[in-house]
Design a binder for this molecule. Structure first.
Ligand code: PRP
Length: 215
C-alpha cells in the first residue's frame, strides 16, 4: 500500500514543542511509535504505513531544513521563524507554546526608552530586536547578542534592557525586572517548504485541514 508515495518529512524543534506536536498529530491518527522510546539515540523516525518521516532538530535549524527541502514540514516557535527569516510558508498557528516577545528591564530603563536615549539591548534575537527598534520605533540602539540567560545582562550592567521571551513572567520577577514594551505575541507555527506545498498539495493540504479541525 502507498508504494507510489514519496515520504513527507517533518522537522520538529526539540523539547516541549515536539512533544506537543506529537500529541496533536496523534489526535488526528498520525503516530510514530519509534519516537516514543525515550532512551533511543536514533535521529530519524519512520511511519512506513503513512509514508512519513520525523526528525528532531535544534529550534533555530528547523526553518533551515524546511527552506532547503530536507524537511517538507516544520514545527517551530514564531520567535525562531522571525529571527531566522527563511523562505518558507507559515501555514498554521498551532496555538500552543504561547508567550510574548518583550522589551524588559529594570523600572528605570523605562525612562530611557521613552526619551529615545542611546541604550544597549541584550538579546538572543538580534534580528527581531533590530527590526523593532530601527523600523518600528525609529530608535538607534546598540544590540548585543547573547545565547541564553538574557535576564543577567541588565543585572550585571551589560545592557539597559533586553529583548526576550516572557511566558509566565516569573524569571523577570525573581530578578527584579519587568516588561517595559511588548514586541509581538508568539506561539508554535507550522511551516512548509515552498516546493513541497505545490508538489504535495493534496497530502499537505489534507493534513493542514485535519489539524485545523482539531484546534
Ligand atoms: C526563556 C526566556 C526567559 C524565560 C521566560 O528562557 O528566555 O528566560 O524562558 O519564561 P517565564 O516568563 O515563564 O519565566 P529559557 O528557559 O528557554 O532559557 P534561556 O535562558 O537559555 O533562553
Amino acid at each position: 500500500m502507498n508504494g507510489e508515495l514519496n515520504y513527507i518529512t517533518f522537522a520538529l524543534g526539540k523539547g516541549r514543542l515536539a512533544n506537543k506536536t506529537l500529541d496533536l498529530l496523534e489526535e488526528i491518527g498520525i503516530t510514530c511509535e519509534e519516537m516514543k522510546d525515550k532512551d533511543t539515540r536514533k535521529l530519524i523516525f519512520v511511519n512506513e504505513e503513512l509514508k512519513l518521516k520525523f526528525f528532531l532538530a535544534k529550534g533555530p535549524d528547523v526553518p533551515t531544513y524546511v527552506e532547503y527541502g530536507a524537511a517538507d514540514i516544520g514545527v517551530v516557535g514564531k520567535d525562531t521563524i522571525l529571527e531566522e527569516n527563511r523562505k518558507c510558508y507559515e501555514v498554521l498557528d498551532l496555538g500552543f507554546g504561547k508567550c510574548r516577545m518583550c522589551v524588559c528591564g529594570p523600572r528605570e530603563s523605562g525612562e530611557l526608552l521613552k526619551h529615545h536615549e542611546m541604550i544597549r539591548v541584550a538579546t538572543k534575537y538580534p534580528r527581531i530586536a533590530k527590526d523593532y527598534f530601527y523600523n518600528r520605533k525609529h530608535q538607534t540602539v546598540d544590540i548585543i547578542k547573547l545565547n541564553g540567560s538574557i535576564e543577567l545582562a541588565p543585572i550585571v550592567g551589560l545592557s539597559e534592557v533586553i529583548v526576550d521571551i516572557v511566558e509566565t513572567g516569573s524569571t523577570l520577577k525573581e530578578n527584579g525586572l519587568m516588561v517595559l514594551e511588548e514586541v509581538c505575541p508568539l506561539s508554535a507555527r507550522m511551516i512548509v517548504n515552498q516546493v513541497s506545498m505545490k508538489m504535495e498539495a493534496e497530502r499537505i493540504g489534507d493534513l493542514i485541514r485535519r489539524i485545523k479541525e482539531r484546534l
